[in-house]
Ligand binder design. Structure first.
Ligand SMILES: Nc1nc2c(ncn2[C@@H]2O[C@H](COP(=O)(O)OP(=O)(O)O)[C@@H](O)[C@H]2O)c(=O)[nH]1
Ligand SMILES: [Mg+2]
Length: 464
């Protein structure tokens, strides 16, 4: 794994402090010095390292100590949070159009992994989104590049398009024409690379971009290339414009840290990582998971997570506000379910969560139901999750979500009703005066009333 050395060094730096009940500024300085060295050794850009360590220190000094953590653990949390932020905070989803043909351009230097990752992505998109994909050979310079993509396409059972050594812009144009006619959902264009960025290459990429109006321009960055990685990404971004990065060869035993600067330098999110030569060796890039993997302190981080859960008062407050002002949506529903799910049997903790009435209910949801509700919500677009009315008003959206999640339309409808009922309950609650609320609260706790249909059931066990 690319970050083994970084992990063991960081781990050493942090372990020394993690059980301390008291940390002074000197301790923190010492810790930051170690972190700085670890990052530099892993080949992370020096300016990036300096600002990272500086930020961590300022935050660590200013942070209130969370209940349940000692100061040492608290600093680990700060470092972990900053590392996550540094790599992009949230996971960035692949952008695909809801209808029509979406084009993905794979770009990058020669040998970075464009062709391999075009194949991996085709497989991933077919599996995850159930879409019809066309792989297009537009690298006409490298000997055997067309054959290579053909082999890759066959191995992931995906249709393949080539026109030999015709002009790449024409190839892209014709491929798109075919895709529209034959109702493909996604076209992945494997473009040519160079050993170094040059003017004709940039021009060619610009021309293909202009011709195909891509949803995604994904830059493959070889994580073994060291410091140059971030510069290359910066140049491609400035010249062509990129929407995401695929960090390849993270399975290598190199230092790899340079690639981590990519997000910081370009502002473009890392969307996937490549972890091997096989077509399954693709991972969705989650900054938080990568941060904990790099820190290699699973035990401490789990502890921190638990402490955070238990006192997620701020979250609860926010959720409460959303419930009361009618903006409660599928994201909130999922968040709330996850909270309750994680707390599991600790019913004593349940009263920490607002929205008394629905608790009874959500608590009764078993693992199986929890999984498929999650699957359904994951099949919604970002907009739909944020604005439930989009789904409520459109049966074609519901059908698409059902198909995408592999669940029945009835289940999608039930989930929608569940959300609507919850919203209604909240609305009712928010219109009550205080004494009445209190009365209601007591009755809820006694189990006399429930907010909405408690018989929300899954249809059969497992998927269709
Ligand atoms: N270990 C490893 N090798 C990779 C990965 N991605 C690509 N490769 C290898 O890197 C070489 C160049 O990849 P290729 O897709 O042809 O790069 P392109 O020139 O950008 O199209 C090939 O030998 C691939 O098998 C990866 O994530 N891990
Ligand atoms: Mg290639």
């Amino acid at each position: 794994m690319a970050f083994e050395n970084l992990t063991s060094r960081l781990n050493m730096a942090l372990r020394r402090f993690v059980h301390k009940d008291y940390l002074n500024e000197k301790d923190i300085d010492e810790m930051m010095k170690e972190i700085r060295l670890s990052l530099l050794e892993a080949d992370v850009n020096i300016q990036v390292v300096n600002s990272f360590v500086n930020d961590c220190k300022q935050i660590a000094l200013g942070e209130k100590i969370m209940k349940g953590l000692n100061p040492g653990q608290q600093v680990v949390k700060v470092v972990s949070d900053e590392l996550t932020k540094f790599m992009g905070s949230e996971q960035s989803e692949l952008i695909l159009k809801d209808r029509g043909v979406s084009v993905i351009m794979m770009i990058g230097l020669q040998g970075a992994g464009k062709t391999t990752h075009a194949g991996k992505l085709a497989k991933y998109i077919k599996k995850t989104y159930n879409k019809k994909v066309l792989l297009v050979a537009a690298d006409i310079y490298r000997p055997a590049a067309i054959d290579q993509l053909h082999t890759v396409a066959d191995s992931v059972d995906t249709d393949f398009f080539e026109m030999g050594k015709t002009n790449p812009v024409t190839i892209a144009k014709e491929a798109l024409k075919k895709a529209k006619k034959e109702e493909y959902d996604v076209v992945i264009i494997d473009t040519a690379g160079r050993l170094e960025i040059d003017v004709p290459l940039i021009q060619e990429l610009k021309d293909i971009k202009k011709e195909t109006d891509p949803s995604e321009i994904l830059l493959t960055v070889d994580s073994m290339m060291g410091q140059e990685a971030a510069n290359v990404a910066g140049t491609f971004n400035k010249e062509v414009g990129i929407t995401g990065v695929v960090l390849t060869k993270l399975d290598g035993d190199q230092r790899g840290g340079a690639a981590l600067s990519v997000k910081k330098v370009t502002g473009v999110p890392i969307k996937f990582s490549g972890v091997g030569e096989k077509m399954d060796d693709l991972e969705v890039f989650y900054p938080d998971r990568m941060a904990s993997r790099i820190l290699g302190m699973g035990d401490v981080l789990t502890l921190i997570e638990k402490a955070e859960d238990a006192i997620s008062e701020e979250d609860s407050q926010k959720l409460m506000e959303k419930m009361m002002n009618g903006t409660y949506n599928y994201n909130d529903l999922l968040k709330q379910m996850k909270m309750i799910h994680r707390m599991g049997k600790f019913s004593g903790l349940l009263k920490l969560i607002p929205g008394m009435s629905n608790i009874q209910q959500l608590r009764d949801i078993d693992d199986n139901q929890f999984d498929f509700i999650q699957v359904i919500i994951n099949s919604m677009t970002k907009e739909e999750r944020r604005d439930p009315s989009l789904i409520a008003m459109s049966s074609s959206r519901k059908r698409r979500i059902a198909a995408g999640s592999g669940r029945s339309l009835t289940e999608v409808n039930k989930l929608e009703q569940m959300l609507e009922k919850q919203k209604k309950t909240f609305k009712m609650l928010s219109n009550m005066d205080e004494s009445k609320l209190q009365q209601m609260g007591e009755r809820f706790q006694n189990g006399e009333i429930r907010g909405f249909d408690p018989n929300y059931e899954s249809h059969g066990k497992g998927r269709r």
